[in-house]
Design a protein around this ligand. Structure first.
Ligand code: PLP
Length: 296
């Protein structure tokens, strides 16, 4: 596998990147992470990813042992060593292992790791051109009062069971609800609905995606009204357009929800707002204010 990882202060191959099974990151999903991407040799909104990662670390009392400049340097070095022009770059911090005989998380030595691998799409470009078939899953997204979704986390069993349900019902991905009739998010993405030219996305119970923020900014710059509010599941059914946002592919249009084509469109045909925002998302990658050249 092409790529480079950073574990215990050393740059190694992805195959050699391993952790102890006694690390609470593995045993209890006691960890946080962030994923940035490099496109055509430039990091996209790297400071926004690092700021979110720092907020997640602070919320979980995790100490990566590096400041922002140190983490940024490791990310650049992983991409440089891997020789990648388009990359998926993850930083993570696990709780580590407690002192022998202790169950006190304060005794753990936290561990910072990172890796760069070839760019990962949540749906590859061919699939995106066809449009994604999404279902509304039965599992309820873990409530924000239990695990704050703004802290990027590996608590994905609700998503994973939702994905099994999606594949079982002929779909490809899943969006989960809050159990009270509102949309939350899906495995690796935020969700948007468009109705009568108004763009809406859930305000709460979701990770505040960097791509979600980009979409909101681009839509507002284009003069489109944007509502960040509770979005009812039923709004998916009557929507003119539905799309996802993710570091793993930007703006990704949805073809159908629960087997019903959005706005009755033919496969491969999408609404004007999704198409416009998708183009604007990729065009923004050429803007030096959002890109940071990799130090190859
Ligand atoms: N929601 C969840 C649960 C995610 O895991 C992700 C990304 O991995 C997102 C939303 C989208 O966030 P971003 O746009 O920062 O990639």
């Amino acid at each position: 596998m092409q790529g480079c990882a950073y574990v215990d202060g050393t740059f190694i191959t992805p195959e050699d990147a391993k952790i102890s099974i006694f690390d609470w990151g593995f045993l209890h999903s006691d960890a946080t992470y962030d994923v940035a991407h490099v496109w055509q040799g430039r990091f996209f909104r790297l400071d926004d990813h690092l700021a979110r990662f720092e907020a997640s670390l602070a919320a979980l009392h995790l100490d990566p042992g590096l400041d922002r400049a140190g983490m940024r340097e490791v990310m650049h070095e992983c991409v440089r060593r891997a020789g990648l022009k388009d990359a998926y770059v993850e930083v993570l911090c696990t709780r580590g292992r407690p002192a022998p005989g202790s169950r006190d998380p304060r005794t753990c030595t936290n561990r910072f790791m990172a890796f760069a691998i070839p760019f990962v799409w949540i749906a590859d470009p061919a699939k995106q051109r066809a449009g994604i078939d999404m279902i509304v899953g039965t599992p309820q997204r873990i409530p924000a009062s239990s695990v704050d979704p703004r802290v990027k986390n590996y608590h994905w069993l609700d998503f994973v069971l939702g994905l099994f349900e999606a594949y079982g019902r002929g779909g490809e991905t899943v969006v989960l609800t809050d159990g009270a009739g509102h949309l939350t998010e899906g495995p690796g993405f935020n969700v948007f609905v468009v109705k009568d030219g108004v763009v809406a996305t859930p305000a709460a119970g979701v990770l505040e995606g960097v791509s979600r923020r980009t979409v909101i900014e681009l839509a507002r710059a284009a003069g489109l009204p944007v509502q960040v509010r509770a979005v009812a599941v039923d709004e998916l059914r009557g929507a003119d357009e539905v799309f996802l946002s993710s570091t793993g592919g930007g703006v990704i249009p949805i073809h159908s929800v629960d087997g019903v084509p959005v706005a009755g469109r033919a496969r491969g045909s999408f609404g004007p707002v999704s198409e416009r925002l998708q183009a604007a998302y990729w065009a923004l990658h050429d803007d030096p204010r959002y890109g940071e050249p990799v130090r190859y």
